[in-house]
Write a protein that binds this ligand. Sequence first.
Ligand code: SAM
Length: 267
Amino acid sequence: MTYEQFLRTALPLLGYNWQCFMSRGMRRRIARALQAWGACSWEGFSRSLYDPGAQRVLTRALTVTLSLFWRNGAVFRYLQQVVLPEIMRGLGPGEPLIAWSAGTASGQEAYSLAMAASGLPEEQEEHRPVYIIGSDLDAPALRRSSGEEWTRGELKEIPPDLRDRFFSDSGGTTALDPLQRRKVILIQANLWESPPLRYAHLVLCRNAIMTYFHGAPREEAMERIVSLLSPGGWLVLGRKEHLPKRWAARWGLVHAGRRIYRRGAGG
Ligand SMILES: C[S@@+](CC[C@H](N)C(=O)[O-])C[C@H]1O[C@@H](n2cnc3c(N)ncnc32)[C@H](O)[C@@H]1O
């Protein structure tokens, strides 16, 4: 069995889109998982996947936790200029804005949203509370968020004015403004299960479910994720991701280039 045959047969069993794992880097990671499990060949590893332990080892290898602050900056600018002010204007006095970054890795996306909301007139004038839930399955990725050691690579997409405003360097490490950190609650949660909150005005689910998974499980997971958005709620996907065409009656694509959707009144 070749590597590609392994991907084609084993990954769909776990709900993954096998085509995302053809790169050399992914092949190295999956080969390390094979060795860690003690299998001698792709075929042997494939046959051992009835065992939940082998599934866990493989799933760990397939989990890509790469993220950046202000990733695809045009999305955050649009959220800052259009979406967040509009949500805030529709809220009652003192009512909090609630957002969910689903598959947040170490919180880079959730913190970027906190930065985008910071200082908006609609936030300041009303002393509007902003709560951002960032969730991820990967405990080591979440643990990193409590440290203050963001790498240069993770900060590379942040415009210089925001970098100066929200980050400080000392002793070779880079720390995020505690006020932004306080807006974010990070929790471990599996996107294959019920969402970790009941209601949100805005959900970001980028470069996670829609990229790495496929088929009915993926759609069911997305249904659960968007179920907490009321009509008028906003959904942001990754740059190369899109909702199934038959969802078009329920979801308007507000900004195609930025993959920003809004739930229609009939949805
Ligand atoms: C490539 S990162 C994307 C991070 C961020 N959303 C972004 O776009 O920069 C994908 C994240 O999805 C998470 N993930 C994958 N499957 C998941 C699941 N079933 N439940 C929760 N998180 C999951 C991974 O742990 C990883 O941190």
